[in-house]
Design a protein around this ligand. Structure first.
Ligand SMILES: Nc1ncnc2c1ncn2[C@@H]1O[C@H](COP(=O)(O)OP(=O)(O)O)[C@@H](O)[C@H]1O
Ligand SMILES: [Mg+2]
Length: 415
């Protein structure tokens, strides 16, 4: 049996990062709205919209790029059917290129016949505008990771201004605007900044689409579509998709980051585990392993390696308690567990104030959550928990490895 055949995968490409599904089952409303709106402008001969698509700070994998490309490709398809000459141009300004570099990309995607060599920025703008006029072409230019242009100290305001308000620099010969923009940014902060820095550009924005992180039901639909395309019918079950969706969905019970990229990756990893084991079905255990490996990516190995042996012992005690019991872990109980584990490793347990210091330090680097206990408990007792995004089992294994290395003692029989 060749590697590509396998028992699980029908089509691996469907799980690749750049894959755009033929239909968007989630965000369908947003996509349809944008496609209709932009298409009607081309039909009426008055393009020139500036549309902003953005998420919330710190959230990614929420479909900004996917929605953008889907809208672009759909518009190309519909324009073709209606005999409208239209082209979608996608640029990603991840590395904050110069205006000239962006214009080169745009010209290159439009036609190899536009030659920008040796021309000034203004001439390059004019060459593009003239080409669109001559060919009666409409374009939608997507600028993904737009925040990099706004935030880059290398990119000056005049440059952004002449890109977005291109027709002020170079009016179209027949007065028909043919260029629309989709500005795709990580979050709204970029547009607030734009408003104070360059109100003339911000006021050009005709429509704003804010995207929220995905909910459990949305992730389920996204995963189901991928599973149907990527795997053989009997290789997957709704149950495994439910586990992944509720792990990543914002209203779920896991790390709740609402990130479709991570959810799809986890599905792919689980499938690879199943395949590696020679199984023809992706099972829950494959999914759990994939999830715990992914969530350990939240914990920096450097943070762990930088901890003292006794801090590691405290962390090990918390992980062990979390694996065994659903009882809240009080500082008193944790201290007792820590003492037992320390003694097991031949380490003398440290005193009260040192112990508190360890907890404070672990909390300050985000490895523990400490909350004051509610009523019914005496004194200044706190409840210690692992942050929801750190899985106890995976943490236990990693910390145990480090302690073994530091103390030279194996503890395989401890649990
Ligand atoms: N609505 C959706 N339907 C299907 N797949 C999606 C959807 N939203 C996101 N994805 C998938 O999730 C991954 C991340 O999405 P992406 O658009 O790159 O997120 P962002 O640009 O917001 O970081 C991609 O692989 C994409 O195919
Ligand atoms: Mg993106």
């Amino acid at each position: 049996m060749g590697l590509s055949e396998g028992l699980i995968f029908r089509n691996r490409k469907v799980l690749a990062e750049q894959y755009i599904p033929p239909e968007l089952r989630v965000r369908k409303r947003e996509a349809t709205f944008l496609v209709r709106k932009l298409l009607s402008r081309f039909s009426e001969g008055r393009a020139g919209d500036v549309v902003a698509i953005f998420g919330s700070p710190g959230r990614s994998g929420i479909g900004k790029t996917t929605l953008t490309k889907y809208v672009g490709y759909k518009l190309e398809e519909l324009a073709r059917q209606r005999g409208i000459r239209f082209k979608f141009i996608y640029t990603n300004v991840y590395s904050a290129p110069s205006l000239y570099e962006i214009l080169t990309v745009i010209a290159g995607q439009l036609s190899p016949r536009i030659n920008l060599k040796g021309s000034s920025t203004l001439e390059a703008l004019k060459a593009i505008v003239d080409y669109l006029y001559e060919k009666s072409y409409y374009v939608l230019i997507a600028i993904d990771e737009f925040q990099n242009l706004v935030n880059s100290p290398k990119v000056d305001d005049a440059y952004l201004y002449s890109l977005i308000r291109i027709y002020e620099q170079v009016p179209p010969p027949d007065g028909i605007p043919r260029i629309s923009y989709l500005l795709v940014a990580s979050d709204y902060l970029v547009f607030s900044k734009l408003r104070s820095k360059m109100p003339q550009i911000e006021s050009q924005i005709t429509f704003r689409q804010h995207l929220e992180p995905y909910r459990v039901d949305e992730l389920y639909e996204i995963l189901e579509q991928r599973a149907q395309l990527a795997f053989y019918d009997n290789a997957w079950s709704p149950k495994i998709l439910e586990i992944i969706a509720s792990y990543y969905g914002v209203d779920g019970t896991g790390i709740r980051d609402g990130n479709a990229r991570r959810a799809i990756n986890a599905l792919n990893t689980a499938a690879e585990y199943a395949e590696f084991e020679g199984s023809n079905v992706i099972m829950e255990e494959h999914v759990r392993k994939a999830l715990s490996v992914d969530s350990m990516a939240n914990v920096s190995a450097q943070d762990l390696e930088g901890l003292s042996t006794h801090e590691l012992l405290v962390l090990l005690a918390v992980a062990q308690h979390t694996m065994r019991s659903s009882e809240p872990l009080t500082t008193g109980r944790l201290r007792q567990l820590y003492k037992e584990i320390a003694e097991y490793y031949g380490e003398t347990p440290r005193g009260h104030s040192q112990f508190n210091q360890y907890i404070n330090n672990l909390a300050s680097i985000g490895l523990l959550n400490v909350t004051p206990s509610g009523k019914g408990m005496r004194g200044r007792t706190s409840i210690i928990q692992l942050p929801v995004e750190i899985p106890a089992t995976a943490l236990y294994e990693v910390v145990e490895e480090i302690i073994k290395r530091k103390t030279g003692i194996g503890v395989r029989n401890w649990i």
